[in-house]
Design a protein around this ligand. Structure first.
Ligand code: NDP
Ligand code: GDR
Length: 360
């Protein structure tokens, strides 16, 4: 039985990847951080009682900023594959916490690669680095592929640039099977609530039920290549199964703006948005003229990535990979789940309890 270690198992991708690897018969180990509240919502359905024998799903406390802890976990698990998904993954937040972001997102992967060396696991343990389309930042070529030059535009992207190259370097220096998946944005119903897609689907569902008045957004013109996380974790596994380690772009090849995403989500909810104004004065109103969406400059970034569009021809041609879930299906699934959650909140409110009411 193959053993996999997933850092960031409590995150969006970690939860989908854990499901996939368990289905494939792996023993799955995950690193979770200590938190003052439970932080395992996304993987609670996979939980196996530690008192039972034959467990295939095991969690370890750990942190990307703690080398000795990572070495100890890797030593005890002796994984065949490590998927490094842990990161401070919010681009806007990285401008507020640049040093921490570098520590977790750049030095974190170095710590794991060093652990592989220190423990003499270079020939046994394969390493996947969660690289990102944010590396392309100020884009030098459209669409972006494996050979497109990088131009990172945030502390997050700069940290991920280090992680990308240290993975390549350890592959070339020490023969470690290390590969980068350069993944374009991918979303799902369990996407973090402060990323723009989930923020939109959650807010519009709540506006529809009268639980929230208005959705405040930043740059409506930003364009992204949005796929579904379930499709993308399959590719994370697949590129770890190749004879030789390589770096791969994973994308849908189709681009939409943030405004397009709002329109698509509204349509799913049977709402129509009329847009007026431009830039900081742009608003979106409903049929009665009530403002539902408003631009708030607080969500603008000091340096923005305006447009990303991926070309995954290499993955398509060499691995036969293609995303299965369309943009409309993604939006529809996210809206459906957020509407269900909003209905639960509505019920709670109706019975006199205060519903969770956080709009960021
Ligand atoms: P999430 O933000 O949903 O999950 C991040 C995970 O990392 C969480 O489990 C989080 O733990 C954990 N984590 C954060 N900091 C630390 C730390 N210091 N030590 C240990 N664990 C930590 O991200 P996604 O699932 O969306 O993304 C997975 C990876 O892929 C990330 O590295 C991201 O940068 C990268 N990526 C994501 C893309 C996307 O569109 N989703 C696209 C390209 C790359 P906790 O739950 O406790 O916060
Ligand atoms: P991104 O995702 O920065 O691409 O990083 P995010 O959803 O945060 O932003 C996408 C675009 O939408 C614009 N935007 C807003 N963004 C947020 N979060 N909130 C808003 O209110 C808002 N209004 C407009 C942003 O300016 C941006 O242009 C994600 C993360 O998952 C990274 O970890 C990953 O590496 C990349 O995708 C690929």
């Amino acid at each position: 039985m193959k053993k996999a270690l997933i850092t960031g198992i409590t995150g969006q991708d970690g939860s989908y990847l854990a499901e996939l690897l368990l289905e494939k018969g792996y023993e799955v180990h995950g690193v979770k951080r200590r938190a003052s509240l439970f932080n395992t919502d996304r993987i609670d359905h996979l939980y196996q009682d530690p008192h039972e024998t034959g467990r295939r799903f095991v969690l370890h406390y750990g942190d990307m900023t703690d080398s000795t802890n990572l070495i100890r976990i890797i030593q005890s698990v002796q994984p065949d594959e490590i998927y490094n998904l842990a990161a401070q993954s919010h681009v806007a937040v990285s401008f507020e916490t640049p040093e921490y972001t570098a520590n977790a997102d750049a030095i974190g992967p170095l710590r794991i690669l060093e652990a592989i060396r220190i423990l003499g696991l270079e020939k046994k343990t394969r390493f996947y680095q969660a690289s990102t389309s944010e590396l392309y930042g100020l884009v030098q070529e459209i669409p972006q592929k494996e050979t497109t030059p990088f131009y990172p535009r945030s502390p997050y992207a700069v940290a991920k640039l280090y992680a990308y190259w240290i993975t390549v370097n350890y592959r070339e220096s020490y023969g470690i099977y290390g590969c980068n998946g350069i993944l374009f944005n991918h979303e799902s119903p369990v996407r973090g609530e402060t990323f723009v897609t989930r923020k939109i689907t959650r807010a519009l569902a709540r506006i529809k039920l009268g639980l929230q008045e208005c959705l405040y957004l930043g740059n409506l013109d930003a364009k992204r290549d949005w796929g579904h996380a379930r499709d993308y974790v399959e590719m994370q596994w697949l590129l770890m199964q190749q004879d030789e380690p390589e770096d791969w772009v994973i994308a849908t090849g189709i681009q939409y703006s943030v405004r397009d995403f709002v329109n698509a989500a509204a349509e799913e909810l049977g709402m129509k948005i009329a847009w007026q104004g431009a830039g900081v004065n742009e608003t979106g109103t409903d049929h009665s003229g009530k403002v539902m969406v408003k631009v708030d400059p607080r969500y603008f970034r000091p340096t923005e990535v305006e447009t990303l569009l991926g070309d995954a021809a290499k993955a398509r041609e060499k691995l036969g990979w293609a995303p299965k879930i369309s943009f409309r299906e993604l939006v529809s699934e996210m809206v459906r789940e957020d509407l269900r959650a909003a209905e639960r909140d509505e019920l709670v409110k109706k019975h006199g309890y205060k519903a969770f009411d956080h709009h960021e």
